[in-house]
Ligand binder design. Sequence first.
Ligand code: XLS
Ligand code: NI
Ligand code: NI
Length: 433
Amino acid sequence: MTDFFKGIPAIRYEGPQSKNDFAFRHYDPDEIVMGKRLEDHLRFALAWWHSFAWPGGDPFGGATFERPWFGDTMDLARMKADVAFELFAILGQPYFCFHDADVRPAGDSFSETTRNLEEMVDYIGQKMEAGGPRLLWGTANLFTDRRFMAGAATNPDPDVFAYSAATVKTCMDATLKLGGENYVLWGGREGYETLLNTDLKRERGNAGRFLQMVVEYKHKIGFKGAILVEPKPQEPSKHQYDYDVATVYGFLKEFGLEDEVKMNIEQGHAILAGHSFEHELAMAASLGILGSIDMNRNDYQSGWDTDQFPNNAPEVALAYYEILKAGGFATGGTNFDAKLRRQSLDPADLVLAHVGAMDICARGLKAAAQMLEDGSLEEARKERYKGWDTDTAHAHLAGGLEGCFDYIVENNVSPDARSGRQERLENLINRFV
Ligand code: XLS
Ligand code: NI
Ligand code: NI
């Protein structure tokens, strides 16, 4: 037991009228929404990296957090795990996520690094057995160390490709051992800074082969979870290959992986790609590859991935609307890939950031459920497309250009414009959020 969160109570649901900062107002894990417990809908996960490993740096300044577990020893890694499980106990969320580099110190060799990881996996496993949350997903950090500065799977140096593949093997082993429900690949530096020194065709080909190797290994070890790719358009690389959901889907098709890999979609990355979060979710759902979400938000004034905790109810509601409409999460969940502001130094700040985020997601999901149950939005959508339910419309699709030509000419058709009714629908949404 550390004393990091000393004096901070376990957070309970007290209802919207509560004046207690350390309480949930909207997140009652046992509340039944659309026939299912709220906890089972939302499947919250804490991210080890931002909450326990991120030191609070920005491009102009270094660490602000100075946590007592910062440093590269196994003892400190165990202290970090102890603190993590203390926060898990305070929040009571059902899942967490981690990269290898978040939980273990690097060793002097690959073998020592792997041993450190295995030891920490055992340590974390014991804590999970003692009643801690489960593992939503594991992943490999293939972007922080300088050896990955020109990419991991897309590095011009084949040894970096092999080193990355070996690292992913150890991380998939760790994820399997801890009963993880998914394995995530975010292409940290899988992209380029300049085309002048880049063999784009080779890099994309190697990235495709790398992902095939991940899928082959998944089947070999009998990992039953989902393999998820997390799209992001730029940052840290100027241009990243996994730009957005649609781009990644084309990539999966090219390498025959569209039935093997789903998406982990992050709100901030959707914004960076010039989309809304709900666009990316709807796109993935329509392609049958919606897996899991990283729930954060970007600052609309800064142009980078600021990874702030979510606090905008309408945005969150529209995101969960797409998720519920698609049938909800299967193996996925809501991972808070979100960090504090660097001035938020206190342990209480870390707790309250998560309390607020969990509450806003609960509010958003409940609003989304009401919107679905009310049905007006879907009715309006159906009405807009009802022409497509007719035999005449099916004949347009079957008839080719000439069939359409004949139809238009023979019937002297001159279609009129119809209102999209956007304001009416926006007003409708605002009744629920
Ligand atoms: C960075 C990504 C990262 C992934 C996991 O922008 O969001 O945190 O989720 O590697
Ligand atoms: Ni991100
Ligand atoms: Ni993420």
